[in-house]
Design a protein around this ligand. Structure first.
Ligand code: ZN
Length: 336
């Protein structure tokens, strides 16, 4: 298909275009947004790449000399130079993200992504370290070695996150969607609702699996010995397992329903659902998905069904949230 008129009749194309709502030429007649290269990568990704280079060089130098005490806490992952590998992979991938050849860009996206994930995983002890920092004002002691280790891991994590932001526009261009917003402006996005529904119903089913035995025991035991405020906690929990996943995939979660009078038909503020949705899925994923499943894998199989159900609930919510976030994205400044 020829885009926006023919080269043989440029004047006609111009007048036609003047009468129309300005639409980006590359999107107009095509069902798919063509593969375009993003004009710029996020500027801070460049500083993140510099940070990653410094991080890699420092680790190589430390492996050749006697490393300072705070670096020695990394020995539990292997030799000190090991940290230079993911940082180097991420940086090399980053430098090829804007290569001319599509195949090179695909490879660069994969290498950068792998490097960032590996570097983030290597620095994962940053998060317990930050939690430890929070206890310092309450009188818990912390050594300078521990602070040094936290700073080192913070640098690695910042480099991984910063470089990862550059992957987004490049990957969008490769996927034939708008570099700025991730939409396919040439076709309506029904796909996101389809996979979002699978996530929402999966969350609902997992929640039901979790709650059936609990409800049975409440009826039999009458909730004896439960602390005050427990009914509110249970009500919130039930809402997060039923209302929330359904709202994320239903029209009434996107626009206020008819019976709400004055606000009926107006868009629901997206963070009203995305806030609790992301928080629930992150909490369930971290506590039951990582913590619980690790305990089960180590042989502590008590409550395995509940742990699996909680994990499924969190995963389903995450999928439904991603779909909802996608469908309720703010209008793209490039294409109104
Ligand atoms: Zn867009």
């Amino acid at each position: 298909m020829v885009r926006g008129g023919t080269a043989a009749d440029p004047e006609l194309t111009m007048t036609e275009k003047d009468d129309q709502i300005p639409v980006h030429l590359r999107d107009a007649p095509l069902r798919r947004t063509p593969r375009a290269m993003p004009e710029n990568l996020p500027p801070y990704s460049f500083f993140a790449a510099l940070l990653a280079v410094a991080y890699a060089i420092a680790h190589v130098l430390w492996s050749l000399t006697a490393p300072p005490a705070f670096v020695r806490t990394e020995f539990l992952f292997g030799p000190v130079w090991l940290a230079a590998l993911p940082a180097t992979l991420a940086t090399v991938g980053y430098s090829f993200l804007r290569a001319a050849a599509t195949s090179v860009r695909v490879l660069a996206v994969c290498a950068t992504g792998l490097g960032c994930v590996a570097l983030g995983a290597y620095c994962m002890l940053l998060w317990p370290g930050l939690a430890q920092l929070l206890t310092v004002p309450f009188g818990e002691p912390i050594s300078s070695t521990e602070i040094g280790a936290i700073v080192l891991r913070a640098i690695g994590t910042a480099a991984a996150l910063g470089i990862a932001t550059a992957i987004v526009p490049v990957a969008r261009a490769l996927r034939h969607v708008c570099v700025n917003c991730g939409r396919n402006h040439a076709a309506p996005d029904n796909e996101a609702l389809r996979w979002g529904r699978i996530g929402g119903y999966f969350a609902l089913a997992s929640f039901t699996v979790r709650m059936v035995p609990a409800v049975h025991s409440w009826i039999v035991e009458g909730g004896l010995g439960d602390p005050a405020g427990f009914p509110l906690f249970i009500a919130l929990m039930i809402a997060a397992g039923t209302l929330l996943p359904l709202a994320l995939i239903s029209p009434w979660g996107q626009y206020w329903p008819k019976w709400l009078g004055p606000i009926a038909g107006r868009p629901v503020p997206r963070w009203m659902l995305l806030g609790p949705g992301w928080m629930m899925s992150a909490g369930l994923g971290a506590y039951f998905g990582i913590g619980g499943l690790t305990a089960v894998a180590l042989g502590r199989t008590g409550g395995a069904l509940e742990i699996l159900a909680y994990t499924g609930w969190g995963a389903g919510l995450a999928v439904a949230c991603a779909s909802y976030a996608r469908r309720t994205r703010p209008v793209c400044t490039d294409h109104r």
